[in-house]
Design a protein around this ligand. Structure first.
Ligand SMILES: [Fe+2]
Length: 439
């Protein structure tokens, strides 16, 4: 632990970014409004919650899961649990020295479900399986076939149920592609040739391809002094997108040069003939000392016939944590959802619904609340892509407690149809998902 003065306390240890230390189970949840009876499952979310009370960077705290189970129009429980990996169980372990041990995950970045497993993910280690009560089961190394790390942002193909993923590393192979069957078997481990080890937080899939983002945020231990992470910004590396057939190999990758930038999170990607459309939250840079380049929504169009990439800014608001309906991941989407940030802090003052076909959007004002990633849940009886609800954890500074809001996507700028009031606060965190019953 580093000795710090109060003045030096970084933002991720203050206000609602600060960790909570109690694992709570609450079953008597107050609800305002009417929870749609079609919602049957649980809204899970992960985030960094350092058990020591201190972490050197927002990304490095121990993973804590938060969940609310909803069924038959009722909110059955809220609970929060640390992901109890070996890293959690050795609180004095050094996060950097733990990079080579795939068990030593903070497991703090995302929580997904695939092939019957709920998994807490962090991009430097193995996934960790948890049960539907958020208790830790153990690592998933895919029957020994996963020997390196795996991204926290795998993509599950809406058409086939396959999960496509990757890993990046400071040592060769710098980039590795993974293809996992709908039944959870790791079918392909494919080293991909790139020029250096870069931080690749997320990637893109389409119906037939994956698209890697090789951007100039390079592994370098000297970066720790500036940003707290072993990453430096170096535009001389260039920036490129790599398109590979999903069942292809390293030799099949076509690289396209783009303007230097950084993208933590894409919204979605899909094919349109021989073009690939990618909508991304693009930043001018990342981990660059003195720069706080905000993410904004851009569209890249890769023209595979001409060998070009066009770049168009779609919105000038600061947005990130972009999401689409799970049934259009990798396929043509009309709608997208994102968190609209409050000034200078990665918390949402509102949520945005984009209609990308009509180049319009609607805004859900959280009215002083601090929102998190907007998770869309499709109405099983609905027909349109936006028939469903958007769920988000929202912190209320006036009560120091959090809610889960349920917003009707078709009436996005209106009051939530239901608000589930939690007896505790849910700290600002990273990513989550809806895990339906029968997942
Ligand atoms: Fe992320």
């Amino acid at each position: 632990m580093t000795e710090q003065t109060a003045e030096a306390t970084p933002f991720w240890l203050t206000e609602n970014f600060a960790p909570v230390h109690e694992e709570v189970t609450a079953t008597d949840l107050k609800v305002t409004g009417t929870i749609p009876s079609a919602l049957s499952g649980r809204l899970l979310r992960n985030g960094a919650n350092p058990q020591s009370g201190w972490s050197d960077h927002w990304f490095l705290g121990n993973g804590m899961l938060h969940g609310v189970e909803i069924r038959d129009g009722k909110a059955n429980w809220y609970r929060n649990r640390y992901v109890k990996t070996p890293f959690f169980l050795k609180p004095d372990a050094d996060v950097m020295e733990s990079l080579g041990d795939m068990n030593m995950s903070t497991a703090n970045t995302n929580v997904i479900h695939h092939a019957g497993k709920i998994m807490a993910l962090e991009e430097g280690h193995w996934p960790f399986v948890v049960d539907d009560q958020l208790e830790t089961v153990g690592p998933n190394n895919y029957a020994g076939k996963l020997t390196g790390p795996m991204t926290a942002h795998p993509k599950t193909c809406a058409a086939t149920g396959e999960m496509l993923a990757f890993a990046y590393s400071m040592m060769e192979p710098y980039l590795t592609y993974y293809r996992i069957s709908a039944s959870g078997e790791l079918l392909q481990v494919e080293p991909i040739t790139v020029g250096a080890g870069t931080m690749i937080h997320d990637f893109n899939i389409t119906r037939n391809n994956v698209v890697f983002m090789d951007l100039p945020a390079l592994w370098n231990l000297e970066g720790i002094a500036d940003s707290g992470l072993p990453i430096v910004w170096d535009e001389s590396y260039g920036a490129r997108l790599g398109v590979m057939p999903r069942n292809g190999s390293d030799k099949d990758v076509t690289w396209y040069e783009i303007n230097p930038c950084y993208v933590f999170h894409p919204l979605n990607a899909y094919e349109d003939g021989n073009k690939i459309i990618l909508d991304v939250c693009r930043m001018e840079d990342a981990m660059k000392p003195g720069s706080e380049a905000p993410p904004m929504l851009y569209r890249w169009v890769i023209d595979q016939d001409k060998g070009t990439v066009s770049e168009t800014q779609l919105d000038d608001r600061v947005v990130d944590f972009p999401r689409v309906c799970d049934t259009v991941v990798g396929l043509k989407n009309r709608y997208g959802y994102a968190a609209a940030f409050a000034p200078n802090l990665p918390v949402a003052a509102g949520l945005i619904k984009y209609d990308l076909d009509s180049s319009s959007s609607s805004y859900h004002d959280l009215k002083g609340g601090q929102g998190s990633e907007a998770v869309f849940v499709k109405d099983p009886a609905g027909s349109s892509e936006d028939d469903g609800w958007v769920l988000s954890y929202v912190y209320r500074p006036e009560t120091n407690q959090s809610d889960v809001v349920i917003v009707d996507s078709r009436h996005f700028d209106q009051e939530p149809v239901a608000t589930i009031h939690l007896p505790v606060r849910v700290p600002a965190g990273f990513h989550g998902n809806w895990v339906p019953d029968g997942y």
